[in-house]
Write a protein that binds this ligand. Structure first.
Ligand code: B16
Ligand code: MG
Length: 214
């Protein structure tokens, strides 16, 4: 019996992936290389530093830890500039309705994001008030596919993992949910998210009643 909902942020509730891609690409170009949209898929759901390591690998570039910190800070400054301008219109189709119905029906809800910028995004898109707990890149030590982010979310809601369902757009996030003992709904591509209990193209394709059939 599902009582709690654990939402990933980027790619599930808002489309910040485009801003991540834009700014990582800009950073790669300063080092003289680019990477594809397909490669960008691998950056979804993983932490900022893990993303940078992957990108440097693609460009065959090696950097010291101090240089890496500088590069990640540069990317984040560009990224924050973009998310500072976000508005409620950028909440993904169906997400607001879904959050509203879930709240009305008494589900407890937590955020489970890898981002250290979740508070700016939630505030600018005006969805912060839906969440009983926020777990993000500032409160976890191990990033997805480690289940820590979702286990913490369930715990803060006072629920067992088996009473929770995770909504995720990234393969690493679905793996985290399954390793944590939660149900997982994939948002996006069925092939990429094949470990999910159910896959839909967006929250606009899902009804609250569907949750009891998992
Ligand atoms: P930041 P999510 C993740 O958000 C993104 O999918 C991922 O691409 C990004 O590297 C990560 O947040 C860290 O973000 O640089 O803002 O701390 O999908 O877990 O909500
Ligand atoms: Mg995501």
């Amino acid at each position: 019996n599902i009582k709690g909902l654990l939402f990933d942020l980027d790619g599930v509730l808002v489309d910040t992936a485009v801003y991540h891609y834009d700014t990582w690409l800009r950073l790669a170009k300063t080092m003289g290389f680019t990477f594809s949209e397909k490669q960008n898929e691998e950056l979804k759901g993983i932490s900022r530093m893990d993303s940078l390591d992957k990108i440097l690998g693609w460009g065959n570039v090696s950097k010291s830890d101090a240089e890496k910190l500088e590069l990640a800070t540069q990317k984040n400054n560009w990224y924050v500039e973009m998310i500072n301008k976000m508005t409620p219109a950028e909440v993904l189709p169906g997400a607001l309705d879904f959050l509203q119905s879930a709240q009305k029906q008494g589900y407890k809800m937590a955020l489970g994001s890898a981002s250290k910028n979740s508070s700016i995004i939630l505030k600018n898109t005006n969805i912060a008030h839906f969440f009983d707990a926020i777990v993000d890149g500032n409160s976890v030590s191990k990033s997805k596919p480690d289940p820590e982010v979702f286990l913490k979310g369930a715990e803060l809601l006072g629920l067992k993992p088996s009473e929770c369902v995770v909504f995720e757009d990234a393969a690493a996030g679905i793996e985290a949910a399954k390793r944590g003992g939660m149900k997982a709904i994939g948002i996006g591509d069925e092939y990429i998210l094949k470990q999910s209990d159910k896959v839909v193209s967006g929250l606009d394709q899902l009804a609250i009643q569907d949750l009891q059939e998992l």
